[in-house]
Each structure stands twice: as C-alpha cells, then as structure tokens.
Write a protein that binds this ligand. Structure first.
Ligand SMILES: Cc1ncc(COP(=O)(O)O)c(C=O)c1O
Length: 405
C-alpha cells in the first residue's frame, strides 16, 4: 500500500485480522487521564488501556526514561545482559518476596514461564506424576495455548485442536472445591488475587490463606497472577500484600510498563534454580527500553503517597458511583480494590454492560467491561479528584442514556 492511504476506522476492517472489534474512534494523543481522537474530541480515561497506563498517558518521568534510553541502547537479546534489566530486577526483588526475576513481554508470556517452571520444578523434585495445575472458573491468564487452557473460560480455548493436559478448574472463593481437586499430583494452584476479566471478584482472605495451606500440605506451588492487580493498582505494590499470603511465583505485566510492553515472573531462589540455561527464553525479554520505562514506573508508583492516593481515589469512585446509583438504580454492588473497580449491574440491567460502555464513549468517557454484567474502571493510579469528578459527570450522562433508552 503506497501513497495517500486514508488512516481511519474503515482501514482496520480492510487490513487487520478481524479478531478485535475496536471502537469507531481512533485516539491520536494522550496526556495524563485525557485522550484526544483524530477529530480533536476529548475523552477522560477511566480504562487505562485495560489497567496498563498506571501513570496516565505520557507521564514526564516515563517519557524521560524512554528518551534517555533510546539515545543509548535499544536491544541486545539475552546473549548479553543490560543495565536497565539488572536495575529493574533488583528493584522488584527489593520490593517483594522474590529473589529472582525472569523478564517477558506480556502477561501471557510471564504466565507461560510460570506454568512451565512449576511443571519443571515438580518433575525434578517429585517426579513425572506431579503435573496437575489447578486454576479457577472465570479466571484469565492470557491467550497463548497453555495460558488460555489454564484460564477458566473454555470458550477462549476451544476450537484450536488438542489442549495441553492436566489442567483442572475449581470454584473461586470456594475452598471445598480446591480440597476436592488437590492431591499429591498437583504441581501448582494458579489464581488472581482479584479476578479481573472474570468480573472484578476479590479473593476472600480465608480462601487465599486456605489455598496457601493446601498448597503447603501437598507440596504444590501457589502462583499468583498479578498481571492486572500488580504495581500499585489495588493500593499496595502487589495485591498479595493486602492478604499477608505470599505466593511461590508471581507474574506481573500491564501496569509494570505503564504502556510499554513488559512482563515479569518473580520467584524464590530454590524454585528459580529449576529454570536452567536453555530451558526457557525470549528474544525481547528484558529489553533495555522496556526495562528503563518499567524502572521509572516502579520508582514513581512505589511511594506511600501514591498508594494513599489510590485508596483515596477508590473512595471517591465509590462515593460518586453510589450517588449515581441512588438516582438511577442500575448497580447491585461496587466491588474491587483501589483503581480496579467493578460496578455490578442489577437484575434489570444484567447482560448489558456493553451498552453502558458504548454510552460512556458517546459521552466522552473511556470505560471498560468485565464480562456482560460488570462495568469496569481501571484508570491511572494518579488520576486527580477533578478528573474523577469530571469523568463521573460524563458517566452519569451515559447511565441516564441507557436507562432512558
Ligand atoms: C490476570 C491476567 N493475566 C494475564 C493476562 C494476559 O496479559 P497479556 O494480554 O499482556 O498477555 C491478563 C490480561 O488481561 C490478565 O488480566
């Protein structure tokens, strides 16, 4: 294609594989929690690129880190290591339970590494029988074939031929269902501390502690997928820190890069030692540009005042959503933690989350859904109270639009 190609939404249908159905607008510029489309129309961003833009758009610290690194060194591959990767790994180790870090480029890849490591660890330490992975219905762990099979929505993994085996699914927040599945053949239990795509469902403290205890009893690893909940999103650096329950392996992505693709798997020395030279890898994993940006994200986010802001923003979201609900009676519950919130539609509006999402876009607000029954909000962690209030005014108009339709 040459010359004067019109870059508009119609071009998507012409040149892109049809696995997405993007909105009709094309955003071209962002600053903080505001975004502008090709026509110059302004949107307030309560979506954060699905819980990714942890510091909003074009945060000066991140732009600076990227520009500085862009002038120095872009890529080496893992034949050599690089300074930003080593600094970022040290920062992650210092801030968490972990002793070791593996870098990937996305959440799915971080999980793929975690599942492979759990299998290898169990095989080497206990034998080939110990290969079963327990995860949960409605969970989401990515779109590679292994991660989508471990995820709890068969609709995403059906239709691609034979699936990786020895994967079973329990009921989230139901310890008895884990007890019924777990055995000495279990190599790992995988969970999201707050199920994201499944509908913004926080794990209960008893469930998380109970799963930890069961894993200990059966020498199974506890893998926490913090791809959506990590890097300050719930008001702690990682959501496990709210619960006082420590995983054996943790995966993180999304907010870690603040918009630059990166993922990471964190674990202990003992477990990491089973991913020996040649067992796993990635050309781009630990890329200097990605690591330089993530280092700036972590440094900026992991501050008491930012964590406090996430929690005060949560209160503001909850108050304003409650006020909207008082007027229009559309939600049965607001759930989630920090800047990962779900407004659950009541019986009358069940199944209609996409209508709210589309009406919000009409009103100049970027929101998200988490399944058919939940409107999801995952804005910048540092969105200001003024932006929240302005966005909520638009959301109220969107709710009115749906209710009066
Ligand atoms: C909990 C969780 N894990 C994994 C993923 C997959 O991440 P990615 O799309 O970066 O591969 C997601 C994405 O939504 C997620 O929410």
């Amino acid at each position: 294609m040459t010359g004067q190609t019109q870059v508009n939404r119609a071009l998507f249908d012409e040149v892109m594989v049809p696995n997405y159905a993007p909105a009709n607008i094309i955003p071209v510029k962002g600053e903080g929690s505001r975004v502008w489309d090709q026509q110059g129309r302004e949107y307030i961003d309560f979506a954060g690129g699905i819980a990714v833009s942890s510091l909003g758009h074009c945060h000066p610290a991140l732009v600076n880190a990227l520009k500085q690194q862009a002038d120095k060194l872009w890529h080496l591959s893992n034949v050599m290591t690089n300074e930003p990767a080593l600094r970022l790994a040290s920062a992650l180790v210092n801030a968490t339970f972990a002793d070791k870090v593996y870098f990937a480029n996305s959440g799915a890849e971080a999980n793929e590494a975690a599942f492979k490591l759990a299998r290898r660890y169990a095989l080497e330490k206990f034998g080939a029988h110990k290969d079963q992975i327990i995860s949960f219905h409605k969970s989401f762990h990515g779109r590679t074939f292994f991660t989508v099979t471990v995820g709890g929505q068969a609709a995403y993994s059906d239709g691609f031929g034979p699936k990786p085996g020895a994967v079973m699914h329990g009921e989230f927040n139901n310890l008895d269902s884990v007890k019924a599945l777990i055995s000495d053949n279990t190599c790992a239990v995988v969970l999201e501390p707050v199920q994201g795509e499944g509908g913004i469902i926080p794990a209960t403290a008893e469930f998380l502690q109970g799963v930890r205890d069961l894993c200990n009893q059966h020498n199974a690893l506890l893998i926490m997928d913090e791809v959506q909940t990590g890097v300050g999103r719930t008001g702690k650096l990682y959501a496990y820190m709210h619960y006082g329950v420590t995983p054996d392996i943790l995966t993180t992505a999304k907010s870690l890069g603040g918009g630059f693709p990166i993922g990471a798997m964190l674990t202990t020395d003992d477990i990491a030692s089973h991913l020996k030279v040649g067992t796993h890898g990635s050309t781009y994993g630990g890329n200097p540009l990605a690591c330089a940006v993530a280092e700036a994200v972590l440094e900026t986010v992991n501050q008491p005042e930012v964590m406090a802001q996430v929690l005060s923003n949560e209160q503001l979201f909850r108050q304003q959503l409650a006020a909207i609900n008082e007027k229009y009676q559309v939600f049965s519950e607001i759930r989630g933690k920090g800047m990962l919130l779900g407004a659950v539609l009541n019986e009358k509006y069940k199944g209609r989350s996409r209508e709210f999402f589309l009406a919000a876009a009409d009103q100049g607000l970027m929101a998200l859904v988490a399944g058919p029954d939940v409107v999801r909000f995952a804005p910048s962690l540092v969105i200001t109270p003024e932006e929240i209030t302005a966005g909520m005014q638009r959301f109220e108009q969107a709710v009115k639009q749906v209710v009066n339709a």
